[in-house]
Design a protein around this ligand. Structure first.
Ligand SMILES: [Zn+2]
Length: 199
């Protein structure tokens, strides 16, 4: 869930939630100085790193979802591009240098205010290992992906589609929206467009 923003970041007084004049939705507005605090989704950037038919996965050393597996990914920083951020996260979490190959998935997750931008990438130099945020890092055959122990739903959808694309020897670029209804997740509005041949 998206947390409330109780205090004004300009003056420290309390915010109220109301629709500012001329706008169409509620915002956090400072009750003292009137500053409107616009809040927008955060970008999570990451890589599905390939080496032959195998994919690089990290087991998380930090919360949330410590002990669970994921692809290298994290919040995009100010001042960097999405591809640079995805490569940076891969170096930090998996000590792996990669070449970005193609965009792979863009999944919006409106209920937590995030958007995932996932790239296919090629492992360079064949070197990897656990960074400070990982317990272990492994190159896994698709059959060995721990589906029941993946940390994040968006990553699970990306890996499921990746394995499907691998089997079909045709990579696509996927877009969609991860929603949560009645405690269950679903990938809605999924579109997968071909984007080159599997290598
Ligand atoms: Zn204020």
């Amino acid at each position: 869930m998206i947390a409330a923003m109780k205090h004004c970041s300009s003056c420290g007084e309390h915010n109220e939630v109301r629709v500012p004049e001329g706008e169409d939705r509620e915002r956090h507005v400072c009750s003292a100085c009137g500053t409107i605090h616009y809040r927008n989704p955060k970008m999570v950037v990451g890589c599905i790193v390939q080496d032959g038919g195998r994919v690089l996965l990290c087991r998380r050393a930090i919360e949330p979802r410590r002990g669970f597996w994921t692809i290298p990914a994290g919040f995009m920083e100010l001042g960097e591009s999405a591809t640079a951020g995805a490569a940076r996260e891969t170096l930090e979490e998996a000590l792996a240098r990669v070449q970005i190959v193609a965009p792979y998935a863009h999944f919006d997750i409106p209920h937590i205010g995030q958007a995932y931008l996932i790239y296919r990438a090629q492992l360079l130099a064949g070197e990897f290992g656990p960074g400070p945020e990982s317990l272990e890092v492994q190159l896994l055959e698709p059959d060995a992906i721990p589906w029941q122990q993946l940390a994040f739903t968006a990553v699970r959808y990306a890996l499921e589609l990746f394995v499907e694309d691998l089997q079909n020897q045709r990579f696509r670029h996927h877009t969609g929206m991860v929603v949560r209804k009645d405690g269950r997740f679903a990938l809605e509005d999924h579109v997968g467009l071909p984007i080159g041949n599997a290598e």
